[in-house]
Ligand binder design. Structure first.
Ligand SMILES: [Zn+2]
Length: 259
């Protein structure tokens, strides 16, 4: 769905959307179900789009662009965890004392293909996380997505994720409210780096590679430039009694970016 679909749109793309809406909302108890697959974006389709946008934490405007169609596809997807999620008990320990410094914001290796989308969703804060996976393990965005979907989320909970080699990956669309900190999802962006636990899986550890730190700084700077309302950058452990992201954002160069 490359073009924006809205009330009055017709044709094959609308038929595909209607089918997607029926699948994405299946079991969610929304009425009327199912939509007639007639390729006519009329009142019923408009209502179904708005109900889905509301339910998925998207901006409710009845228009289906890249972010709404992505969110619908992810909600409709039935993904099964390939690899078991590592034990997260290490996150219950206090964050380790870390001292980082001298990092510079450097564009990620995949900067040319990275598309930081805009949103009408008001953003006031960026919250940093770790995936709570052991250092040196090559878990992927698909793994984390499957774990989060298994918890009942419509998609992966974070908006951006950073691989050890510094690549920045898209999670759920930026226009969709995240699922990363209880009580602090509205108005925030969730970023997670892969790692945060020692290789033996036993303790919280700031496992960020030099490239992850550089990409994290670059991404947070880029998001602050894009979303003018951002007033602070924080870590999950400032809101919950857990180690995530396994360092103190307030003592990291990240913490000063929005000041
Ligand atoms: Zn977290």
């Amino acid at each position: 769905m490359a073009t924006l679909l809205k009330r009055g749109s017709r044709g094959a793309a609308v038929r595909a959307l209607q089918d997607l809406l029926n699948r994405a909302n299946h079991g969610a108890g929304f009425t009327p179900l199912p939509l007639k697959i007639d390729g006519d974006f009329g009142e019923a389709t408009d209502k179904a789009v708005r109900v889905a946008q509301e339910r998925l934490g998207l901006v409710v405007d009845g228009k289906v662009g890249k972010q709404t169609s992505t969110a619908l596809k992810r909600a409709a997807e039935d993904v099964k965890p390939g690899r078991v999620e590592p034990d997260k008990s290490a996150m219950l320990t206090p964050p380790p004392a870390t001292a980082t410094g001298g990092d510079l914001a450097v564009p990620p290796p995949n900067v040319d293909s990275l598309d930081l989308l805009d949103t009408a969703r008001a953003i006031s804060e960026i919250i940093v996380h770790c995936t709570a996976t052991p250092e040196g393990k090559d878990f992927t965005v698909a793994d984390v997505r499957a774990w989060h979907k298994a918890r009942g989320f419509s998609d992966i909970g974070y908006h951006y994720l950073i691989y050890p080699d510094g690549r920045i990956m898209l999670g759920r669309p930026i226009g969709q409210v995240g699922a990363h900190v209880q009580g602090h999802n509205t108005g925030t962006i969730g970023i997670s780096y892969f790692g945060g636990v020692s290789a033996d899986g036993k303790s919280a550890k700031d496992t960020r590679t030099h490239r992850q730190r550089s990409s994290l700084l670059w991404l947070v700077q880029a998001l602050i430039a894009k979303h003018k309302g951002v007033r602070k950058v924080t870590g999950h452990n400032q809101y919950a009694n857990k180690a995530c992201p396994s360092f103190d954002v307030r003592k990291d160069p990240l913490g000063a970016l929005a000041a």
